[in-house]
Write a protein that binds this ligand. Sequence first.
Ligand code: AMP
Ligand code: MN
Ligand code: MN
Ligand code: MN
Length: 274
Amino acid sequence: MLVDLHSHTTKSDGTFTPKELLDRAKEKGLKVISITDHDCVDGLDEANVYAKEIGLELVNGIEFSTEYLENEIHILGYFIDYKNEKLKDLLYELKNERLIRAKKIIEKLAKYKVIITMDDILKHVEKDLISRSHIANAIMDKGYCYDKGDVFKQYLGIHGVAYIPKKVLTPVEAVKIIKEVGGVASLAHPKYIELGGEKMRNFIEILKGAGLDAIECNYPSFSDTETKWFTELAEEYQLLITGGSDFHGGNRAGVELGDAGLTIEQFNKLKDLL
Ligand code: AMP
Ligand code: MN
Ligand code: MN
Ligand code: MN
């Protein structure tokens, strides 16, 4: 795989700066990389300049958090015009929602005797995008938990006691804004969507109607059977496939750049959509 279309930097919840991430991609022998920070495009200016310098093809990307029938759905956008004013305004609003949610989570955690402050969280945040991953780091720092998975299970995950939903886009809204800014939209890691066969098909049909272009079929934790299943589903709906590692650096143990992705040939099919 020479193309990795899913990665996070310090601008969202990764531990590599955009430059460090591109260096790593180069080291790993990748030809194309996409930075897909959560609800954020802040790393892309710097990354574009540096990618040119080191001769790596960079796809301007984003990963929107959305919600549908109590499922957290992530929508990936590629080749986006990340300087679009409407997109900028929307991302500003989403960031603010994250701040509001973090404050509520702090209050709720305190009810369960888990005491952390905004400063504890901000130590893990490079700029201003607060992710639950950063909140989890703060909880672990304070010694309340030693395993990130446990932090989500007990506190921050959808069934955790301090779970607070944030106002998010619907998947259809995310697909539409991606299309509006000239991008290619893909449904991220579909394995983690708990909708069941028929509802899942229905959901994909709705997204397809909104302009969805692809499904992320290649992903590190997918078995061959799962990849095959999603690839067939994509074919059924005349969608293309995307793939990537979802690299988060130290914030996701055991996942390396290039662990999943696309061949150049598969990637070119996405480009042909532009
Ligand atoms: P947010 O964007 O603030 O809703 O936080 C979502 C992020 O939290 C994901 O992108 C992951 O980085 C992290 N996350 C969610 N669930 C888990 C989990 N069970 N274990 C570790 N990290 C998680
Ligand atoms: Mn993440
Ligand atoms: Mn995701
Ligand atoms: Mn991701």
